[in-house]
Ligand binder design. Structure first.
Ligand code: KG4
Ligand code: ZN
Length: 333
């Protein structure tokens, strides 16, 4: 089955083509990051308008990359939730039109299910059940992936997502947008023990997380140093912050795997590219004799390959079944 997928939930316009779920024939991404960097964050209106401008061209490029014609496609997949509503609507309407014009089914895909599916592309033999730590700009979740489509959230952040904190702190340190990667790079030459930062716990919910206290502590530290004219060890702060985030994520991930009795642990989402978190997860998994699946950096951030992959496992609709599909800014897994 050959599926063309469209992903426009945030500021990447992406189109990919998969064959039988795990083989990616084309993977096109147009990142709008430079357009939004000017404003220090994603401007939803600008994201929607640029999705409109580049989508048609990106679909053509994906078909060229795969060496296919539109008539070779068996289905169109699209991210319909969660995300920026205007941005999602562009992708959903484009996908609906394309499916209708070609007379093929339209498969709606949840963005987070897509992130999890990035692991199926990287690891061809991986199958549920497994535990997945999902860490992105908008989500920090521990997910019990029971089957390809039956998933339950067993831990979540009570406030900010991990990626949000990386971006906010990077912004205050003038590292640009999105700043997670830049903050990760900065931390490479710093010591993680320079600053003592909080690791929050949520009462009576050992798998839940909280990052807002950590974020505020780091922002206060930067502002205080600035106001008093004291020097700031930027590299040390970046390393200390990454260590605090990792200390929040890694023990909960291991605890969740123990609770569920799962040998396999996967990681997904943009923050899964973080070097400190990857290293700590690898060490912890080795220590406990569990197998860790880390997607390559190219599949951690937003892309359409993961959507094309997950679409293969979603229920197969009829040709006219999903033409009334809407987009949703929030939606549970
Ligand atoms: O999954 P994603 O591409 O988009 C969402 O669905 O949100 O994740 C984007 C997030 C941003 O917050 C970005 O700063 C963060 O992933 N990120 C990183 C790294 N690379 C990307 N955070 C920490 N370390 C990185 N190396
Ligand atoms: Zn994402």
């Amino acid at each position: 089955m050959t599926i063309l997928a469209i992903e426009t939930s945030c500021d990447e316009t992406a189109v990919a083509i998969s064959r039988n779920g795990r083989e990616i024939l084309a993977n096109q991404i147009f990142s709008q990051a430079d357009l939004h960097a000017l404003y220090g964050g994603v401007v939803p209106e600008i994201a929607s308008r640029n999705h409109i401008i580049v989508l048609t061209k990106l679909v053509e490029s994906a078909l060229d990359e795969a060496g296919l014609q539109k008539s070779d496609l068996d289905a169109i997949a699209v991210t319909y939730a969660p995300g920026l509503i205007g941005a999602l609507l562009v992708g959903v309407n484009f996908a609906k039109s394309m499916a209708y014009a070609l007379g093929i089914p339209l498969i709606p895909v949840h963005h987070i299910r897509g992130h999890i599916a990035a692991n199926y592309i990287a690891y061809k033999n991986l199958e549920p059940p497994f535990l997945c730590l999902v860490v992105s700009g908008g989500h920090s979740l521990l997910v019990d992936v029971r089957t390809y489509t039956d998933m339950q959230i067993i831990g979540t952040t009570r406030d900010d997502a991990a990626g949000e904190c990386f971006d906010k702190i990077a912004r205050v340190l003038n590292l640009g947008y999105p700043g997670g990667k830049a903050l990760d790079d900065l931390s490479q030459s710093g010591s993680p023990t320079v600053y003592t930062l909080p690791r929050s716990k949520v009462d009576d919910a050992p798998l839940d997380m909280s990052f807002s206290g950590l974020k505020t502590a780091v922002l206060n530290l930067i502002h205080n140093a600035d106001q008093k004219g004291e020097p700031l060890d930027r590299e040390g702060l970046a390393a200390s912050f990454a260590a605090a985030v990792s200390d929040t994520l890694v023990p909960r991930t291991m605890e969740a795997a123990r609770k569920l009795g799962y040998h396999n642990i996967c990681v997904a989402g943009g923050v899964a590219a973080n070097s400190r978190i990857r290293r700590d997860l690898e060490e912890a998994a080795n220590r406990e004799g569990r197998t860790l699946y880390l997607p390559p950096l190219s599949l951690c951030g937003d892309n359409a390959a993961m959507i094309a992959c997950q679409a293969y496992f979603e229920p197969k609709p009829g040709v006219l079944d999903n033409l009334a599909l809407n987009a949703y800014a929030t939606m549970s897994l």
